[in-house]
Design a binder for this molecule. Structure first.
Ligand code: SF4
Length: 342
């Protein structure tokens, strides 16, 4: 084990770490929201979303009482919408089963939808100042380099090793664990970066096994992700004479679950059949947008069709876009505003 690891890390964090993030020292609820937003999303992107979210849902009760549509609309642009659905579900459980108090123990926290062991560790340590251990992407990267842990880090063996190390390195006292958690996140984010780590500025450059071996770039080893082939989706924006747009809610599971989009299908005629509208082939091509999901890319082909207000498609609801308060996926917003089309 590395000598005086926690003390050296805390000293480094005090001088070089982040102390002004808007969720710091704001309690368990703010920690929870920020941790969920920060999964898969960078700090600078998260900050404005976090601030708006906290302004509109300042407590777990506000979040539980809000409609899912409203929560999803605050998430539009962050992606991975299951995070927002789980947050909303978990907030309802906290209100109904825990008297609106976020539980302060690991076992109860990890029972809540969307909260894994690492997020629970962050809520305990950063939110409550209780001992909690984290092992997020930053920590995994730092540990895999410090101790040359190879292979796919999501596999059970590597996970056991990583959790053991993370646990052994975390101080016992709650207040020290709070500093330690933030410090591990800061070290991974500011110094031991995924690309171009700043090893000369690292407090552990004399201890790091990957650096000693000259193999920093080989850790962590990339995970093999099966890519789906690219897809082509036709997005049909239907406008009536009152300038309203036809929107449909997506199924709760799957891509953009619970958000609203214009009709989407593999072709105009497929959409026409589904909506029972005949003149769909008169739609005008507007352009195309490419959007990358984590495992595949989609080419969104945008068409526009104007119909009379008293023509009623079989599905969907008419909405005025300027008044629409529910969630639209960010690429769909771009399409509807006709921005950045290819
Ligand atoms: S020495 Fe470099 S690779 Fe090793 S932990 Fe520090 S920043 Fe990461």
């Amino acid at each position: 084990m590395i000598d005086q690891f926690a003390q050296r890390l805390a000293a480094w964090q005090k001088q070089h770490g982040r102390h002004e993030l808007p969720w710091q020292r704001k309690g368990a609820y703010a920690t929870w929201i920020s941790e969920i937003m920060l999964q898969q999303t960078q700090v600078q992107v998260v900050i404005p979303y976090f601030e708006k979210f906290m302004q509109d849902f300042p407590t777990v009760s506000h979040l539980a009482n809000a409609s899912l549509d409203s929560v999803l609309s605050h998430w539009a642009g962050l992606g991975y919408y299951s995070r927002a659905r789980n947050l909303h579900k978990a907030a309802n459980i906290v209100v109904s089963e825990y008297n609106s108090e976020i539980p302060k123990d690991l076992d109860s926290l990890i029972q809540l939808p969307g909260i894994g062991r690492s997020t629970a560790g962050a809520i305990l340590s950063l939110g409550f100042g209780i001992r909690g251990v984290i092992q997020d992407g930053n920590v995994r990267r730092v540990l895999s380099r410090l101790f040359c842990i190879d292979g796919d880090l999501s596999k059970a063996d590597a996970q056991r090793t990583l959790w053991k190390l993370a646990d052994e390195l975390t101080p016992q006292s709650g207040s020290d664990a709070r500093i330690h958690t933030q410090a591990m996140m800061d070290l991974g984010s500011l110094i031991c970066r995924r690309t171009s780590p700043a090893c000369p500025q690292c407090p552990f450059s004399n201890d790091c096994q990957a650096l000693q071996r000259g193999e920093v770039s080989q850790f962590p080893q990339p995970k093999r992700v099966k890519q789906r082939p690219d897809e082509r989706w036709v997005v049909l924006q239907i406008i009536n004479e009152d300038n309203e747009v036809l929107l449909m809610q997506r199924p709760m599971s799957g891509v953009w679950g619970g958000l609203y989009t214009p009709p989407i299908g593999s072709s105009l005629s497929e959409i026409g059949k589904k909506l029972a509208i005949g003149d769909v082939l008169d739609a005008d091509y507007q352009g195309e947008l490419m959007h990358a999901f984590s495992h595949f890319k989609v080419h969104l082909e945008h068409y526009l069709l104007k119909i009379r207000s008293n023509d009623r498609p079989a599905l969907g609801e008419w909405h005025s876009l300027s008044l629409f308060q529910k969630g639209l996926p960010a690429p769909i917003q771009k399409l509807l505003l006709n921005k950045d089309l290819l």
